[in-house]
Design a protein around this ligand. Structure first.
Ligand code: FAD
Ligand code: FES
Ligand code: FES
Length: 456
């Protein structure tokens, strides 16, 4: 990190000198006068704080990526390039997304509007966009306009004009994020350096900050040192070999989805149901497993895929089957200073898979129960079955008894009904504010029957 750490905001360099934890990117932007981005919730739910960050792209050297500025520490922006609603257009020369929002009545009180236009602009500049993907706005809430005019504004967008400066900017790479240190924050240059830093007292790894950001904003978490691992090349690979697929722990879920290009259909079933596009642009697999949460969406899917974790520490590497990773409520086998480097999925994948997320809202909600199912049927007989569950025990679990009630038996409605009854007894579900234990049990059973009906 340069001696005077800077961020390029709306094409002008701004100093981060004096930024202290736990200042968020949102608070810092607003403190320097860029008050377009708003705080609606400070927990990643509303998108009022959305801004654009220049990230390395797959289909263009730079892709404008919308993120929740309320969740990311300001220090994590050092060396990066950001555009806020103020950088899109001016009152006299509105940006096309601002223009469409204005003429189609997409804004009333305006509180949500800067966030909407940033999320919309990210989709506007998406390389090879054919039509507007409405899911780009799934992390933005509006409480007064209603969504129809906003979606009409999005759908009315054409393609960027020749000479559009943000479009031109995508043709060259984003700035190389420079390593260095700010108060309470370190960006190591290499994995070895990160592991050494994680040996310092109070040091914790920071990836997309979608979980740590909420911990800091709502629960007052103040780690001694945040060690940013999201740019480490060693944690950002995707390899597809003859025996397994390996996915780097520090890739965002958006990146994983795009890099895999449909190679793992079960993960493709999870992604659209995982939070919102804004969150998936930050959230990583390593962070999802790093929380140790029993209601994360990836663990059930990764359990059904029979995943193994590659863990790395200053002492070396080891592999741990995901089924052995969770040891109790939010407890895992991770040693202090140890990182998840990658997730390995053995090949061949099961031919029939599904991910059923039962939540109070269709999108952008935490699971009450999550069920991932992977089954192979050969000549009408179940050759293998793997079922991962979330939300029914203190940890994500494999439903081994239900699996045993399927394997070697004909794939018929009767066998599935018997296995569904076994599945309904899996785990130790509890009553809480999301769902009752009875409801969770009922969902387990019906999920397998639904899977059978969908796949036969
Ligand atoms: C609005 C909102 C909606 C959400 N919806 C969902 C949802 O639908 N489903 C779901 O499962 N989750 C959801 N989450 C939770 C969160 O987005 C995920 O858990 C996400 O995957 C965390 O990844 P991250 O990179 O942001 O982690 P961070 O916040 O950076 O880190 C989370 C934890 O993991 C540790 N960590 C990070 N990387 C590693 C690593 N490589 N090795 C070891 N430890 C590591 C950190 O130290 C920290 O303890 C939601 C969060 C928000 C704010
Ligand atoms: S303020 Fe609501 S998502 Fe950031
Ligand atoms: S215009 Fe008021 S919240 Fe959206």
């Amino acid at each position: 990190m340069e001696e005077q750490p800077q961020v390029i905001v709306n094409c002008a360099a701004r100093s981060l000198a004096g930024v202290q934890p736990p200042t968020t990117a949102l608070d810092w932007l607003r403190s320097v006068g860029l008050t377009g981005a708003k705080e609606g919730c400070a927990e990643g739910e509303c998108g009022a704080c959305s801004v654009l960050v220049a990230r390395p792209g797959l289909e263009a050297p730079t892709e404008w990526t919308a993120i929740n500025a309320c969740l990311v520490p300001a220090a994590a922006l050092a060396g990066q390039e950001v555009v806020t609603a103020e950088g899109l257009g001016t009152p006299d020369a509105l940006h096309p997304v601002q223009q469409e929002m204005a003429v189609r009545g997409g804004s009333q009180c305006g509180y949500c509007t800067p966030g909407f236009v940033c999320s919309m602009a990210a989709e506007y500049y998406r390389p090879r966009r054919v039509e507007f993907d409405e899911h780009a706005l799934s992390g933005n809430l509006c409480r007064c306009t209603g969504y129809r005019p906003i979606l009409e504004a999005a759908e009315a967008l054409g393609v960027p004009a020749a000479g559009d400066h943000l479009s031109l900017r995508t043709t060259s790479p984003p700035p190389v994020v420079t390593p260095g240190r700010l108060p309470g924050f370190a960006r190591p240059a290499t994995l070895a350096e990160a592991l050494a830093l994680l040996g310092e007292p109070g040091a914790v790894p920071l990836a997309g900050s979608t979980d740590l950001g909420v911990e800091a904003n709502l629960r007052g978490a103040r780690p001694g040192l945040l060690v940013a691992i999201d740019h480490l090349a060693e944690l950002r690979g995707v390899t597809q070999g003859p025996t397994h697929v390996e996915i780097g722990a520090a890739l965002s879920l958006t990146e994983v989805e795009r890099r895999l290009e449909g190679a793992v259909p079960l993960l493709d079933a999870v992604f659209p149901q995982f939070a919102s596009r804004l969150i998936r642009n930050g959230a990583t697999i390593g962070g999802n497993l790093g929380t140790g949460s029993p209601i994360g969406d990836l663990p059930p899917a990764l359990l059904a895929l029979d995943a193994t974790l590659v863990l790395v520490s200053a002492g070396g590497r080891r592999t741990v089957p995901l089924a052995d990773y969770f040891t109790g409520y939010r407890a895992t086998v991770l040693e202090p200073g140890e990182l998840i480097a990658a997730v390995r999925l053995p090949l061949p994948l099961a031919s029939m898979t599904a991910f059923h997320k039962i939540a109070k809202r269709r999108y952008d909600d935490i699971s009450s129960v999550a069920i991932a199912i992977a089954v192979d049927v050969t000549d009408g007989v179940v050759a293998r079955a793997a079922i991962g569950l979330g939300g029914v025990a203190a940890t994500p679990v494999r439903a081994t008894e239900a699996e045993a009630a399927l394997v070697g038996l004909p794939w018929t409605a009767d066998v599935v009904a018997s296995a569904a009854a076994v599945l309904a007894r899996a785990g130790t579900p509890i009553d809480d504010h999301r769902a009752s234990a009875d409801y969770r049990r009922a969902m387990l059973g019906t999920s397998l029957v639904k899977f059978f009906e969908e796949t036969r």
